[in-house]
Ligand binder design. Structure first.
Ligand code: AMP
Ligand code: MG
Length: 331
């Protein structure tokens, strides 16, 4: 069932959230909006509920989940929070920064995929925060899409992928970031960026006084964050990246009418469908919904512009690379 909820949190909205919180407490699945993408939530302390997430998504069981909390104190219940974690929370929470910290034993293996660490974040979205607060439990939630598909940035995309598999979809409109959270491992002496996302590397570098090591730059990092191994976010037609101008030759086999283009710079050859964005933030926010849109419009191949690396461009490059089937981390 899909139900509209507004961030204004009227009495009616609160009634709906109380019902959704009850479902969570009773071991059910609730889809809710966050500022990044829609999440498929379950009580993080209930292993049977968490298993339902993996079943609904078809997610490989070795890919751990992010635990969502409504306040920094909630993180202490699932993780041993180091001093550095407290400082990071003060600066970046609520917001799209996930912290990987040593896990407490209450966290089931299903959540951590057997790792000794747990990933935690506090979303900057009033519906999400109120839902978690009312449920009174930490909420494990990956993106609410079928495994491998583009993440959902609106409730209609969730319905397409998960429809009847979840008890309730809280429809809070389109999400504001459109790419997932930044995942930062703070278990070691130096912070490691496991996944670029909505919190920029530049803002983390400013906080630390050094640029965190990035997954892929150092050897064993991908093993620390199993999710980064998989092909992800993919549309169901081939996707080519405009890393250089040789891309036009690669799509010459398709008729112009079959080709779709997305990006900031206009394409150099004719395309049947073109979506241009004014800046990299808008490109990132719209990427996943445009993938789905173009599939529906019957595109047979998609070319995506290659953005500058600065700010959210780093996360956008990561999602584009994965969606095109390219490898991001060494394996
Ligand atoms: P998703 O739920 O699809 O946004 O993916 C969650 C991301 O967080 C994946 O890349 C996971 O590998 C990563 N992650 C979750 N828990 C941990 C953890 N304990 N250690 C390292 N990475 C994690
Ligand atoms: Mg996901």
């Amino acid at each position: 069932m899909r139900v509209m909820v507004s961030e204004a949190l009227s009495d009616h909205d609160m009634e709906i959230l109380r019902e959704a919180a009850r479902i969570l407490k009773n071991g059910g699945l609730v889809v809710f909006p966050t500022e990044t993408v829609y999440g498929l939530g379950a009580n993080a302390l209930d292993e049977r509920a968490v298993r339902k997430i993996f079943e609904a998504k078809g997610r490989p069981s070795d890919n751990p989940l992010i635990v969502h909390v409504a306040e920094p104190a909630g993180a202490e219940k699932v993780a041993f929070v180091p001093e550095l974690g407290i400082e990071l929370m003060k600066r970046f929470w609520p917001g799209p920064l996930t912290l990987v910290m040593p896990a407490r034993s209450v966290v089931p293996e299903e959540v951590t995929a057997g790792l000794k660490t747990v990933a935690v974040r506090m979303p900057a979205q009033r519906i999400a925060l109120e839902l978690i607060r009312l449920a009174g439990v930490p909420v494990a939630a990956p993106s609410a899409n079928l495994s491998g598909r583009p993440s959902p940035t609106d409730a209609a995309a969730v319905e397409e992928d998960l429809g009847e598999k979840v008890e309730i979809i809280l429809d809070g409109g389109s999400t504001s970031f459109g790419v997932e959270s930044t995942v930062l491992d703070i278990t070691g002496e130096r912070a490691i960026l496991l996944r670029p996302g909505g919190t920029s590397l530049e803002s983390l570098a400013e906080f630390f006084g050094y640029t965190p090591l990035q997954a892929g730059a150092g050897a064993p990092v991908c093993r620390r964050s199993p999710g980064t191994r998989y092909r992800h976010y993919a549309p169901n037609v081939p996707l080519f990246l405009r890393e250089d101008e040789s891309v036009w030759g690669k799509v010459a086999a398709w008729e112009p009418g079959e080709r779709a283009y997305i990006g900031i710079r206009p394409p150099a050859v004719p395309f049947g469908c073109v979506r241009l964005f004014p800046d990299v933030q808008t490109y990132a926010r719209c990427l996943f919904s445009v993938f789905r849109e173009m599939e529906k419009a019957g595109a047979k191949v998609i070319v995506a512009d290659w953005p500058e690396e600065a700010q959210v461009g780093l996360a956008l490059r990561d999602r584009l690379r994965r969606a095109s089937g390219g490898s991001v981390s060494p394996e």
